[in-house]
Design a protein around this ligand. Structure first.
Ligand code: SF4
Length: 141
């Protein structure tokens, strides 16, 4: 296992990216950072720059305008990088699946490692999803 992955297991730095959502999933992610859910106690920190992030948290259905930016942001992540799709929109485009403006699901553009369902998922579900992601990475040792 690479040094970067080993560090990620102890303290994953996450970067939050909305690709065009209704913002409820984003609010639930922010809730994880509040003292009530306090994800920092697990070593998870919100990274201010994509260049410092280990894990990309993606919300929203993606659209014609945002998908090019999404690709560029992912390219700037140091590798190995992990990607988590949060909410129905990020999983399958949710209620926007028939929209002219959302031609492809996000997993056609980004290599998603784990999906967290819900509209929006609760903070507990988001934290459980990240723990599953870490367990999955540990399994690859
Ligand atoms: S999954 Fe639901 S809550 Fe999340 S961005 Fe889509 S519509 Fe909003």
């Amino acid at each position: 296992m690479s040094g970067k992955l080993r560090a990620l297991l102890k303290s994953p730095w996450v970067f939050h990216l909305s690709t065009g959502s209704c913002n409820n999933c984003d609010i639930e992610i922010l809730d994880c950072l509040t003292p009530r859910f306090d994800i920092e106690r697990f070593g998870m920190v919100l990274a201010g720059s994509i260049k410092h992030a280990d894990v990309l948290l993606v919300t929203g259905s993606g659209n014609r305008k945002s998908m090019e930016r999404v690709k560029r942001i992912y390219q700037q992540m140091p590798k190995p990088a992990l990607v988590v799709a949060i909410g129905e929109c990020a999983m399958s485009r949710g209620m926007f699946i028939h929209s002219y403006n959302c031609p492809v699901p996000i997993d056609k553009v980004l290599p998603i490692d784990i999906y967290i369902p819900g509209c929006p998922p609760k903070p507990e579900a988001i934290i459980a999803g990240i723990v599953k992601l870490i367990t999955k990475v540990k399994g690859k040792k």
